[in-house]
Design a protein around this ligand. Structure first.
Ligand code: PAD
Ligand code: ZN
Length: 368
């Protein structure tokens, strides 16, 4: 009977309790969770920003060990270390066959239902099914995930660092490397330097950006941004951020600007910071009812700006997870530095408060 962190209702504290977990069905695997990052999107389910079926076991960023294999699973064995993907990617649907696996039809279904690929849950309480966030449910000592959502990694990578690949790193690094078109020497601006934004900064440098301007309200985050490769920092509580970005980019604006917060005002600001002909990449997830004001003539026609939405860093998890793990092993990707605090499952509500206060890049729940 694993212990799990359950979101019972929007606005209620997360409750840690014992739950039942069935055996894996065909095409599924049981994972013993070893580490799970607490992402802003977990908080967004609890506070109602992100609509996700509940009650559910939260947690969508993590790593663990394969414990049990369902019928027909190929390519995974008991004892394998895996990173769990919150978009299981089938490799065969309309989107997967067009190199857009982050939009996988099979994975999308699971995201919407809160179940696994057949729409049903493996967690339960008192005989009643209990859903799991994004086919993952990693805030639990054990979980069951689709085998196509478990990506094998090198056993030498510490679980607490590997866990972060599962969301923050795939999303942030991928936003810069896959979603955007960053050319050598480009001016890049990143609004929001949390667990995801810091990885946009790493990805932008990897893609060959020249200037990488980090914007955040907290000096502690701007210090981290510099550690992750930002060349310039801007604190909007001290200066007019748009004006400062203009000064740093020859009065034109950034070639590529990323919004990694999820607020209407900062999305509009991101578009304003983008140069004519440049790209604004939206990563932060705003409230589902959010709307923005935009002047289409000046921005999209006269200005020829592009807006790109970024879902899961436009990542192919089966390719990108091992690639990121290899970059880490070669010392070319920072993961350990993202872990601000290691906590227990019982401290999940405190970790949510730490996100709200901006106190951490990532809190990581470890299960020893
Ligand atoms: P986080 O809370 O760790 O980081 C957000 C950062 O933004 C913090 O450093 C804040 O200080 C900063 N910030 C907040 N308001 C402002 C402001 N007005 N001006 C400047 N800085 C500000 O979050 P995170 O990094 O875990 O996630 C960031 C967003 O990305 C969040 O909306 C999350 O839901 C989303 C996300 N999207 C995807 C995707 O596929 N698109 C995946 C994962 C996370
Ligand atoms: Zn996330």
């Amino acid at each position: 009977m694993p212990k799990a962190a359950v979101c019972e209702a929007v606005g209620s504290p997360i409750s840690v309790q014992d739950v039942d977990l069935a055996d894996p069905k065909a095409g599924e695997v049981r994972i013993r969770t070893r580490a799970a990052g607490v992402c802003h999107s977990d908080l967004s389910v609890q506070n109602g920003t992100l609509l996700q079926p509940i009650p559910a076991v939260l947690g969508h960023e993590g790593a663990g060990v394969v414990e049990q294999i369902g019928d027909g699973v190929q390519g995974l064995e008991v004892g394998d270390h895996v990173v769990v993907s919150w978009v299981p990617q089938c490799g065969e649907c309309f989107f997967c066959s067009r190199s857009e696996p982050e939009l996988c039809e099979v994975g999308f279904e699971a995201l919407m239902t809160g179940g696994l690929l057949d729409g049903t849950a493996r967690f339960s309480r008192g005989g009643e099914p209990l859903l799991q966030m994004a086919a993952a449910g990693l805030f639990s000592e054990e979980t069951i995930v689709p085998a196509i959502g478990a990506v094998k990694i090198d056993q030498e990578i510490p679980f607490s660092s590997a866990a972060l690949i599962g969301c923050g790193v795939l999303t942030g690094f991928g936003a810069a490397v896959n979603t955007a078109d960053i050319a050598q020497g480009d001016n890049v601006v990143v609004l929001g330097c949390g667990g995801v934004g810091l990885n946009v900064i790493q990805g932008a440098n990897h893609a060959g950006a020249g200037r990488v301007i980090a914007v955040d309200m907290l000096d502690s985050k701007l210090d981290l941004a510099q550690q992750f490769g930002a060349t310039d920092i801007v604190n909007p509580t001290e200066v007019d951020a748009t004006q400062r970005v203009m000064e740093l980019t020859g009065g034109r604006g950034a070639d590529v600007a990323f919004e990694v917060i999820g607020l209407e005002a900062t999305i509009e600001q991101t578009l304003a910071m983008t140069r004519r002909g440049g790209q604004a990449v939206l990563v932060g997830v705003p409230d589902m009812e959010a709307t923005i004001e935009v002047n289409p003539s000046m921005e999209f026609l006269v200005g020829e700006k592009q807006v790109r939405g970024c879902w899961y860093g436009s990542s192919n998890t089966h390719h990108d997870v091992p690639m990121l793990a290899a970059l880490y092993k070669d010392g070319k990707l920072k993961l350990d530095e993202l872990v601000s605090a290691k906590i227990t499952l019982d401290e999940v509500n405190e970790a949510f408060t730490a996100i709200e206060n901006g106190a951490v890049a990532r809190s990581v729940i470890t299960f020893d």
